[in-house]
Ligand binder design. Structure first.
Ligand SMILES: [Zn+2]
Length: 236
């Protein structure tokens, strides 16, 4: 247990002010707005209008700018011109990458990846998902955010290269019975089928008519967990 007296013994002056003079506050007052404006100017030059959907290399650019700007706001041994030089280089690399992406398709594919189908006709596209480290919990959560409560309502779901999910719905009269994804229904999945009916595989979401059975592997993906399929329309 830490004694109160030990905390009192801390070198509070060093913790709060490092070994800087108090006058360094004036310098921070000068450095911070300057670097803030510099970042705004550089971001303007990238042509980005917002940061809602950043590709991976755009995020790297933002992190690099943030680091150079942040450090020069309060480290006395980081010269402002050095930070500005970093800005100029980051911007140059960014523009070159953008040029390469628009010029060569193979480069775009390498840097940004391509959109992949996650759902087709209410069923998970497991082969295409395999290469992506996408937690299905996270993915189901995103679908619930779009008011999807069973996968039979979804005609297509496409994971874009920016990481956002585009969802296309069946019209109400074409909705299929499917895997329920509301937490209490989805968590009721199990290996034991007690009564005959239409069940959805908890992994690939394909539906099958099952008789009472235990440990029945999904014909498509070999998964053993089943959930009773539901046939609900989407309430928007
Ligand atoms: Zn399956």
């Amino acid at each position: 247990m830490v004694e109160i007296s030990n905390i009192m013994d801390f070198d509070w002056h060093r913790i709060l002010f490092s070994d800087q003079e108090y006058s360094f506050f004036w310098e921070i007052l000068f450095r911070t707005p300057l670097m803030f404006l510099a970042v705004v100017v550089v971001l303007k030059f990238t042509g980005k209008r917002g940061v809602q959907q950043l590709s991976i290399f755009e995020m790297v650019m933002i992190i690099s700018l943030g680091s150079a700007a942040g450090d020069s706001m309060f480290y006395d041994d980081v010269g402002l011109l050095h930070a500005v030089a970093v800005f100029a280089l980051v911007l140059a690399v960014y523009r070159v990458l953008i040029w390469l992406i628009t010029k060569f398709d193979w480069f775009e594919l390498m840097i940004e990846g391509k959109p992949i189908y996650i759902i087709r006709d209410g069923k998970m596209c497991l082969d295409e998902l395999k290469s992506k480290e996408l937690g299905s919990d996270e993915f189901l959560g995103t679908l619930r955010g779009q008011h999807v409560d069973q996968l039979g309502q979804v005609k297509y779901a496409v994971l874009e290269d920016t990481g956002s999910l585009s969802v296309f719905y069946f019209p109400d009269d074409e909705v299929l019975p499917g895997l329920p994804i509301l937490p209490d229904e989805y968590q009721s999945k199990g290996r034991k089928v007690v009564k005959a009916g239409l069940y959805a595989c908890a992994k690939c979401a394909r539906t099958y008519e099952l008789q009472p059975v235990e440990d029945h592997p999904c014909p498509t993906c070999k998964n053993l967990d089943w959930v009773e399929a539901v046939h609900r329309k989407r309430i928007g």
